[in-house]
Design a protein around this ligand. Structure first.
Ligand SMILES: *[C@@H]1O[C@H](CO)[C@@H](O)[C@H](O)[C@H]1NC(C)=O
Ligand SMILES: *[C@@H]1O[C@H](CO)[C@@H](O)[C@H](O)[C@H]1NC(C)=O
Ligand SMILES: *[C@@H]1O[C@H](CO)[C@@H](O)[C@H](O)[C@H]1NC(C)=O
Ligand SMILES: *[C@@H]1O[C@H](CO)[C@@H](O)[C@H](O)[C@H]1NC(C)=O
Ligand SMILES: *[C@@H]1O[C@H](CO)[C@@H](O)[C@H](O)[C@H]1NC(C)=O
Ligand SMILES: *[C@@H]1O[C@H](CO)[C@@H](O)[C@H](O)[C@H]1NC(C)=O
Ligand SMILES: *[C@@H]1O[C@H](CO)[C@@H](O)[C@H](O)[C@H]1NC(C)=O
Ligand SMILES: *[C@@H]1O[C@H](CO)[C@@H](O)[C@H](O)[C@H]1NC(C)=O
Ligand SMILES: *[C@@H]1O[C@H](CO)[C@@H](O)[C@H](O)[C@H]1NC(C)=O
Ligand SMILES: *[C@@H]1O[C@H](CO)[C@@H](O)[C@H](O)[C@H]1NC(C)=O
Ligand SMILES: *[C@@H]1O[C@H](CO)[C@@H](O)[C@H](O)[C@H]1NC(C)=O
Length: 475
C-alpha cells in the first residue's frame, strides 16, 4: 500500500514535471507579480516603464496664460522579449545552469521547479502582448503600456487637438521594426473613435540614410568609444555573483559573462511574466554597480560621451527645430514618432538634456554627481515630448516657448528656463539648438555615402506624396 502510494506520488510528480516542461506557463505566486518595481531603475532600460524618478514637480500642463502650439513625441516601443542576440546569450547561460547535476541550493533554489521563460525563439524581438505573455496576470505588457500611454496622451492633449486643429485626423510615424510599429498601433487605437490616424511606416535600414527615425543605421562610422574608461570600472561585482552562486552550488559552471546575462534574464522575464525569481539573486549593491556600468557603457556608445551620438541625433533634432518653426503654417500640430531607445538617446545628446557637465569615469559610482541614467531616460515605453506654447505676458505681449517632458516629468534646460513653466524662450531655444549642432555634418561624419545617398530627413514633409509603407522587420 505504502509502496503503491509512493509510486502514484512519483508518477504524479513525473507527470507534473512533464506538464511543466511542455508548457511555458508557470503558476507564479500572484502576490509576487508587481512586487519588483523598486529594481526597474537598475536594469538599464530593459525592465518595464516607470516615470522619471527625479520629479521636478513642474506641472506638465502649460501654465494658464499659455496655449499649446505644437506637441512632438519621440516614443520607444513598449516592454518586449529580448533581442535575438540577448536571447541567445540568456539561453546559453540557462543551458549551463540546466546541465548542473545536483539540486540547486541557495539563491538558485527556485530552479529546481522552474519553467524557462524562453522555451523557444518565437517571441524574440517582439513586444509582450496578451497573446504571448507567460502569465495572464502580467501587468507589464508592452501592449498595455502603449494603450495606457495613449489614454494619458488623450487626457493631456485630446481636447486641445480637437479644439484647436482643423480636424481630428492626423498622421503618426513609426520606424519599420515590428515592435515599434505595434506600439504605435496600440497607442493610436487607444485614442478611440474621436480621432482618425494614418500611420506612416518609415524604413529603418542603412539605405534610408538620414531619412528615417533610426539614423544610426545610416552611420556605418559609428562604434563605441573610450572602451578603456568603460572597462576600468571592472567586473568585480560580476565575479562576486559568480562566486556566491558557486559557493552554494559547488561545481556550477558559470562565469562573469553568465552573471551579466542574469541581469538581462531578470529584466526580460519581468516583461514576459510579471515577475522574475532570478532577480532575487542580486544584492542591492550589485544592482547599483550593474546599473552604473550600463550607464557608463551607454554614455560612451550612444550618449554624449560619443561624438557620433550627437551627429546621429542631430538628424531628428534638426527636424524638431524645423517643425517647431513651422508650427503656425502646418495643418498638423501633433507629431507622434515611434522608434528605439538608442535613437532617443542620440536625439537627447543633440538636444542637450541630461548632458553631464563632467564625463562619467570608471573610478566608481558618482553618487552625488550623476545626471544621466540610462534606465531613467529610456525604460521600455519611454516618451520624450517637446511642447511649444505661446503665452501672454502682463503687458499683453505674446511670445513662444519650448520645453521637454521626459517620462511624465518636465525637465527644463539648466541654461534656458526663464519662460513660464520653466520653459525656454523660443528664439533662445533655436539659437541654443543651432549652436549645439553647428558644424555637424551627419552624412560626412557618419560615412553615410558607403550605405546611402540620402543625406536629409524629409519624411515629415513629403509623406503625403511618398506614403511610407516599409515592410516590417524583426529587429
Ligand atoms: C510630480 O510631482 C507633481 C507635484 O507634486 C505631481 O503632481 C506629479 O504627479 C508628479 N509626477 C510624477 C510622474 O510622479
Ligand atoms: C554531470 O554528471 C556527468 C556524469 O557523472 C558528468 O559527466 C558531467 O560532467 C557532469 N556535469 C556537470 C556540469 O557537473
Ligand atoms: C535555446 O536553446 C535551445 C537548445 O539549443 C533551443 O531549442 C531554443 O530554441 C533556444 N531558445 C532561444 C530563445 O534561443
Ligand atoms: C478624416 O479622415 C476620415 C477617415 O479617414 C476622412 O473620411 C475625412 O475626409 C478626413 N477629414 C479631413 C478633414 O481630412
Ligand atoms: C567609410 O566608407 C569607406 C567606403 O565604404 C570605407 O572604406 C571606410 O573605411 C569607411 N570609414 C569609416 C570611418 O567607417
Ligand atoms: C562595485 O563594483 C566595483 C567594480 O566591479 C567593485 O570594485 C566594487 O567592490 C563593487 N562594490 C560593491 C559594493 O559591490
Ligand atoms: C564564460 O563562458 C562562456 C562560454 O559558456 C564564454 O563564451 C565566455 O567568454 C566566458 N566568459 C568569461 C568572462 O570568461
Ligand atoms: C481648415 O479646413 C478648411 C475647410 O476644410 C480649409 O478651408 C482651411 O484651409 C483649413 N485650414 C488650415 C489651416 O488647414
Ligand atoms: C569629456 O571627454 C571628451 C572626450 O571624450 C572631451 O573632449 C571633453 O573635454 C571632456 N569633458 C570634460 C568636462 O572633461
Ligand atoms: C541614390 O542611389 C540610388 C541607388 O543606390 C540611385 O537609384 C539614385 O539615383 C541615387 N540618387 C541620387 C540623388 O544620387
Ligand atoms: C536640417 O533642416 C533643414 C531645414 O531647416 C534642412 O534643409 C536640412 O536638410 C536638414 N538636415 C538634415 C540632416 O536633415
Amino acid at each position: 500500500m505504502i509502496i503503491k502510494i509512493s509510486l502514484v506520488c512519483l508518477l504524479a510528480a513525473a507527470l507534473s514535471y512533464a506538464a511543466k516542461i511542455s508548457s511555458p506557463y508557470q503558476q507564479t505566486d500572484i502576490s509576487k507579480i508587481g512586487s519588483q518595481k523598486d529594481i526597474f531603475g537598475f536594469l538599464a532600460g530593459s525592465a518595464p516603464y516607470f516615470s522619471y524618478p527625479g520629479n521636478t514637480s513642474i506641472p506638465v500642463t502649460p501654465p494658464p496664460q499659455c496655449k499649446l502650439q505644437q506637441v512632438q513625441l519621440f516614443a520607444r516601443h513598449g516592454e518586449r522579449y529580448p533581442s535575438k542576440d540577448v536571447g541567445k546569450a540568456i539561453n546559453q547561460t540557462f543551458a549551463k545552469l540546466e546541465s548542473y547535476n545536483s539540486s540547486f541550493k541557495g539563491p538558485l533554489k527556485f530552479l529546481n521547479d522552474y519553467q524557462f521563460f524562453l522555451p523557444n525563439s518565437d517571441n524574440l524581438e517582439l513586444e509582450t502582448t496578451h497573446d504571448n505573455s507567460l502569465n495572464p496576470n502580467n501587468p507589464y505588457l508592452g501592449m498595455t503600456d502603449a494603450q495606457k500611454h495613449g489614454l494619458e496622451f488623450l487626457a493631456e492633449y485630446g481636447d486641445w487637438i480637437a479644439n484647436t486643429t482643423n480636424s481630428t485626423n492626423f498622421t503618426a510615424f513609426t520606424s519599420s521594426s515590428r515592435r515599434v510599429h505595434d506600439t504605435a498601433v496600440y497607442f493610436l487605437e487607444a485614442l478611440g473613435n474621436r480621432f482618425n490616424f494614418d500611420l506612416q511606416i518609415v524604413p529603418e535600414t542603412p539605405q534610408s540614410g538620414a531619412n528615417t527615425l533610426v539614423p544610426k543605421f545610416g552611420c556605418p562610422a559609428w562604434g563605441p568609444v573610450n572602451r578603456d574608461i568603460v572597462n576600468s570600472f571592472g567586473n568585480g561585482f560580476l565575479n562576486d555573483i559568480t562566486n556566491r552562486l558557486q559557493d552554494a552550488n559547488p561545481g556550477l559552471d558559470i562565469n562573469a559573462t553568465d552573471a551579466h546575462n542574469l541581469f538581462d534574464w531578470c529584466a526580460f522575464e519581468i516583461n514576459a511574466r510579471g515577475y522574475s525569481e532570478i532577480c532575487d539573486v542580486f544584492t542591492r549593491e550589485e544592482l547599483i554597480n550593474y546599473s552604473y556600468q550600463q550607464d557608463l557603457n551607454t554614455y560612451y556608445s550612444d550618449f554624449v560621451g560619443n561624438p557620433l551620438a550627437k551627429a546621429i541625433g542631430s538628424v531628428l533634432f534638426n527636424a524638431t527645430m524645423t517643425l517647431l518653426k513651422q508650427s503656425e503654417e502646418l495643418d498638423q500640430r501633433v507629431w507622434l514618432s515611434f522608434t528605439h531607445d538608442n535613437d532617443i538617446l542620440n536625439y537627447l545628446s543633440a538636444v542637450g538634456l541630461f548632458d553631464d557637465k563632467r564625463n562619467l569615469t570608471g573610478k566608481g559610482v558618482p553618487f552625488q554627481d550623476q545626471t544621466f541614467r540610462r534606465s531613467w531616460v529610456v525604460p521600455m515605453g519611454a516618451r520624450v515630448y517637446a511642447q511649444k506654447y505661446e503665452c501672454t505676458s502682463n503687458n499683453n505681449t505674446v511670445s513662444s516657448f519650448v520645453r521637454y517632458v521626459v517620462n511624465d516629468v518636465v525637465i527644463p534646460f539648466d541654461d534656458c528656463q526663464s519662460g513660464p513653466g520653466f520653459s525656454c524662450p523660443f528664439a533662445e531655444f533655436l539659437e541654443r539648438g543651432e549652436n549645439r549642432i553647428k558644424g555637424i555634418n551627419f552624412a560626412k561624419e557618419c560615412n553615410t555615402s558607403s550605405v546611402s545617398n540620402v543625406t536629409s530627413l524629409t519624411f515629415y514633409w513629403d509623406y503625403k506624396e511618398k506614403n511610407y509603407d516599409a515592410p516590417l522587420l524583426l529587429q
